[in-house]
Write a protein of this length. Structure first.
Length: 129
């Protein structure tokens, strides 16, 4: 019983020391921060400091970039189908592969002259053969 009382006293001392150090650090940080308020920047100042970024519209995007993005998504979908097959979920793998086939055929039909369109055609051949 005496040992429990000693352990409790030691714990209370540690708690008091931690609380004191936290209070001291809070006082130091309050003393370090400036007590005066800075004026708010005006809208004109903000516009001068931070130029507006140019946003490129998707309509202006090249066919090659659009085909590349769609091909990348189709490849990711194919990887998901392969993973589902490895995990033993054949129905999900089959559904995903049919979606991959649809996407690849769409890419090859819509962008036949691009490198991504040609690669989609090759992947489509290997998907079903």
């Amino acid at each position: 019983m005496q040992l429990n009382a000693q352990l409790q006293a030691a714990q209370q001392q540690r708690n008091a020391m931690v609380a004191a150090s936290l209070q001291q650090s809070a006082q130091q940080s309050a003393a370090a921060s400036p007590s005066r308020k800075e004026p708010k920047p005006k809208a004109e100042d903000i516009e001068e400091k931070f130029a507006k970024p140019e946003i490129k519209r998707l309509e202006d995007d090249s066919e090659e970039a659009a085909a590349g993005r769609q091909l990348r998504l189709a490849k990711a979908l194919k990887a998901d189908a392969d993973l589902a097959q490895l995990n033993g979920d054949r129905s999900a793998a089959s559904r995903l592969r049919s979606k991959v086939g649809q996407r690849l055929s769409d890419i090859s039909d819509k962008y036949p002259k691009t490198a991504a369109g040609k690669e989609a055609e090759k992947l489509l051949d290997t998907l079903y053969h």
